[in-house]
Design a protein around this ligand. Structure first.
Ligand SMILES: C[S@@+](CC[C@H](N)C(=O)[O-])C[C@H]1O[C@@H](n2cnc3c(N)ncnc32)[C@H](O)[C@@H]1O
Length: 166
């Protein structure tokens, strides 16, 4: 409905010079991410938070909805239980799961080129994934990166929305 409202760029967050691809012409008001930043290791995450803080105007916000475990200082077992109960209530596991969703994508000819490109990139990445950093580590890195305040504004189990204000 609003083709001019968004511009898409293909960039690897954390790779050298990735913010150039954004071609920004003014400071950012907000940066928003969902379930992507947990792929980054600690050093890359800190560098990425620093870059975003630099690109953002004072008062700008970073909003990250992600899988952020409690870590050793939080009641991890209870948080996981609350998350499972909510998923049960919402019948999350009665819906299409990850495997069947991708199987359906594989059968759609219109998506064949994109799927091939996805597989090519996955092969380049390899199988190693950094350990997921807990919520407190993200908050600490956000403060180190120059955000004034950072904290969770919504949380169920390990699912969390963190807001940080520049
Ligand atoms: C779980 S999906 C979430 C997709 C979407 N944000 C959403 O909420 O539906 C995670 C996405 O992050 C992408 N991703 C992981 N690491 C990335 C990086 N360093 N730069 C850009 N995208 C990345 C993956 O390719 C994948 O598409």
């Amino acid at each position: 409905h609003h083709p001019d409202a968004a511009r898409y760029v293909d960039a690897e967050i954390g790779a050298r010079g990735w913010t150039w691809a954004l071609e920004l012409d003014r400071p950012l008001d907000a940066a928003v991410s969902t379930t992507a930043l947990h792929y980054l290791d600690r050093d890359t995450l800190l560098a990425t938070y620093r870059q975003l803080a630099t690109l953002m105007r004072p008062g700008g916000v970073l909003v990250n909805g992600d899988h952020l475990p409690q870590g050793e200082t939080g009641p991890a077992g209870i948080a996981a239980h609350v998350g499972r109960c909510r998923a049960d209530r919402q019948r999350v596991f009665a819906h299409e799961d990850w495997g069947s969703w991708w199987a359906a994508v594989g059968e759609d000819p219109e998506l064949a080129d994109l799927l091939a490109e996805r597989r090519r990139r996955e092969a380049l990445l390899g199988t190693g994934r950094p350990a997921e950093l807990p919520l407190c580590a993200h908050l600490e890195l956000l403060r180190q990166a120059g955000f004034d305040t950072a904290g969770p504004v919504w949380q169920y189990g390990d699912s969390c929305v963190v807001v940080a204000v520049r």
